[in-house]
Design a protein around this ligand. Sequence first.
Ligand SMILES: CC(C)(COP(=O)(O)OP(=O)(O)OC[C@H]1O[C@@H](n2cnc3c(N)ncnc32)[C@H](O)[C@@H]1OP(=O)(O)O)[C@@H](O)C(=O)NCCC(=O)NCCS
Length: 229
Amino acid sequence: MVGCYERFWIDCLRQRLLCWRAMNGHTSATLLGEKIGHLRMLSSLIWQWEARFKGVQFLGKATFIGRPLVSVARGSKIVLSDGVRLYNALRANPLANFQPCVLRTMTGAASLILGPSVGLSGTVLCAGASIEIGEETIFGSGALVLDNDFHWPAGEWGWTTDEETCRKNARPIKIGRGVFVGARAIILKGVTIGDRAAVGAGAVVTKDVPAGHVAVGNPARVFRPEANG
Ligand SMILES: CC(C)(COP(=O)(O)OP(=O)(O)OC[C@H]1O[C@@H](n2cnc3c(N)ncnc32)[C@H](O)[C@@H]1OP(=O)(O)O)[C@@H](O)C(=O)NCCC(=O)NCCS
């Protein structure tokens, strides 16, 4: 049985929700989700401290939503410039993230440098040599950037993952400024992508993409947008 006191609070809450809906044209559920999102951002301060503790350098203010997977090899470098955004939580991307962001250096000589306002959504960056990403470049959900192959033949049938082989095998990746990388794209070792280029969803990029060009498919073919249209 609901008493007067409880009814008063239920009415207040209902009024508040109706008011939000009227003011913003969103459903109450959407607005509630937004509030929960803000709470999640608060808890993400803890994950920023964790990253700092692991050796990540912050050059300004970053935003984490949810907890990324961070691994910094001894002697290596991970740098997040001002305005970097890491969307790790399932609900932090309109397509949903099926995994958190992964920032990993795999050798003592590796570096992973994210320029100002780079945005990652469930994006995996693994550097054995170096991965450098220019300012305002954004990644769709679940893209991978790998500057080495992770596993190399060893012995008759085996595979090794040792640091020395990784160091020899890795080739730097450079991604320019204002690049858009579509969801689930894969960028492989040794690739340079120029400023303002775009990589299509699901593309596998094995060769350089000049500035202002678009790369689509597997293996990615590259074209100038005007020439194509
Ligand atoms: C790459 C992209 C930006 C190109 O858009 P666009 O300039 O409008 O290009 P078009 O749709 O005119 O396509 C141009 C050509 O590329 C092909 N193409 C476009 N995107 C492709 C893709 N992802 N994979 C394979 N081929 C693709 C088209 O079939 C077309 O080929 P054709 O000339 O042989 O007919 C867009 O297709 C894309 O992949 N967007 C990514 C969306 C996304 O992942 N968002 C992130 C959300 S988190």
